[in-house]
Write a protein that binds this ligand. Sequence first.
Ligand code: NAP
Length: 269
Amino acid sequence: MEKTIRLLSGLEIPKVFFGTYRIHDRDDAVEVVKNAVAAGYRGFDSATFYKDEDEVRRGLDLSGKRDECLVTTKVWNDVKGYDGVMRDFEESEKRLGGVDIYMLHWPLREFSERWRALEDLFLDGRVKAIGVSNFKKHHINELMRTARILPMIDQIEAHCRFMDYETIRFCQENAIAVQAWRPLMRTGDMLQDEGIAKIAARHGRTPAQICLRFLLEKGVCVVPKTVREERMRENIDLFDFSLTTEDLIYLQSLNYGERTAGDPDEVFE
Ligand SMILES: NC(=O)c1ccc[n+]([C@@H]2O[C@H](COP(=O)([O-])OP(=O)(O)OC[C@H]3O[C@@H](n4cnc5c(N)ncnc54)[C@H](OP(=O)(O)O)[C@@H]3O)[C@@H](O)[C@H]2O)c1
């Protein structure tokens, strides 16, 4: 399996990004980012909501490999309209020292105006790709009615316990890359599942690696987060084994529809 995927814009991105949500709570957040680069990550997932753009920038600068890395950030829900997004982008750009991938964080009602700002940022060459997050199939369909440019990525909640196949399939049919947020289910008990433990033992892998590989085999990119160096290496070491049909049948059977956050149809403001 390839380690990267090419977006509609032509940009090639790693299939495994490093999630940064909540690293801001730690005194060593900058070190965490630097360690993730050392562990092999070249894609970093930030957002204004995470309040960590400054730490991400400093960690990447310290790593000496900023030029090799891609950084995503997302505009939060309280930013309204075209001008609001443009102003917010400029703040993010300053804090990060450059944004590679820019996303709408959640599908608020008037997202077409907000999306127009992202399109202009892309057309002006200020970002290398634009995307959405938490958009279901019907949100993307609605966006398509007015969009000049299709989103290149949709970052949605996805893990063995929650797979929105309708949206995943729709994105794949439209060449929109799907990135799974919270692929390890964060605080859920998915990693303690006995069946996953058995599959992991059979492959000589960890439950986390099985859960992440499952997503990759479904054509979904992943954004795991960890502050521990050994787990950073583990979560990116997914490309030299594959799951059997039997494994996939079991992992698919765990799709209980268990979201860890709100349904995107309940608008967040
Ligand atoms: N677009 C959105 O709306 C949205 C929403 C939520 C998240 N996200 C993105 O998705 C990223 C990932 O989501 P998340 O951080 O909420 O959860 P996650 O990556 O599913 O899980 C992180 C948790 O799992 C632990 N962990 C990591 N690797 C492990 C391993 N190999 N074995 C056992 N435990 C492991 C971590 O603990 P340690 O750190 O102690 O290792 C942490 O508690 C975020 O950081 C963010 O970038 C996006």
